[in-house]
Write a protein that binds this ligand. Structure first.
Ligand SMILES: [Zn+2]
Ligand SMILES: [Zn+2]
Length: 206
């Protein structure tokens, strides 16, 4: 079964779409590719963006599927990443991954998308449409909440002991109510509510 991934820089209304993958585009497979690993472990947005561009080409070269650059147009039949399996974005010095639910529910991205594409009607990813290349496509990726609503730590910081937002890193449940006999690990505030974030992404050697 193939999965899809979209790559962004930033969150909120100005999140910039950097490209997409089709294939087995889950984080584990992405990490197995050298430049994919670079994408996931980048600590500055420039390294991240460069690695994404490399990954889009390497992905096809290695027969892992298709890589789509923004210059070729939005590749999916849906207008944003709502139905994309994996969403990768760079924010606050690291990469965050969600499963495509990190979208503002109240907005109407379809209309925004149609407006943006009025000049380039019915864009088929298979047809080359040359001039409008350098145009960066901006999306409405769910805004990060700067501080944990319970313990008030900032994005990327570990929750304070007893915070009811913190997740158990072993089983994904709420840490406060975890009764298992293990060390639950130190969960960090992602800027997104637990459940929107793919929590497996803890950098560090496995
Ligand atoms: Zn907290
Ligand atoms: Zn636990």
């Amino acid at each position: 079964m193939t999965t899809k991934a979209d790559f962004y820089d930033g969150r909120g209304r100005s999140a910039v779409w950097l490209g997409s993958l089709q294939g087995d585009a889950d984080p584990e497979t992405v990490r197995a590719v050298a430049c994919g690993r670079l994408v996931l472990e980048a600590t500055d947005p420039f390294t991240y963006a460069d690695a994404v561009i490399d990954l889009l080409d390497v992905w096809a070269d290695d027969d892992l599927g298709h890589g789509y650059h923004p210059r070729d147009g939005w590749p999916w039949p849906w207008p944003d990443s709502r139905d994309t399996d994996w969403v990768f974005t760079f924010d606050h010095g690291r990469v965050w991954i969600t499963t495509g639910r990190a979208w503002l529910p109240a907005r109407t991205p379809v209309e925004r998308w149609n407006a943006q594409n009025e000049t380039a009607e019915r864009k088929d990813p298979m047809t080359e449409d040359s001039e409008q290349s350098s145009h960066k496509t901006v999306f409405d990726l769910l805004e990060a909440r700067q501080r944990c609503p319970d313990c008030d730590i900032a994005i990327g910081e570990e929750h304070v002991d007893g915070c009811d937002v913190a997740r158990c890193l072993i089983n994904g449940g709420q840490q406060l109510s975890c009764e298992a006999d293990h060390d639950c690990g130190l969960d960090v505030w992602s800027g997104w509510w637990p459940g929107t974030l793919f929590s497996e992404l803890n950098p560090g050697e496995g």
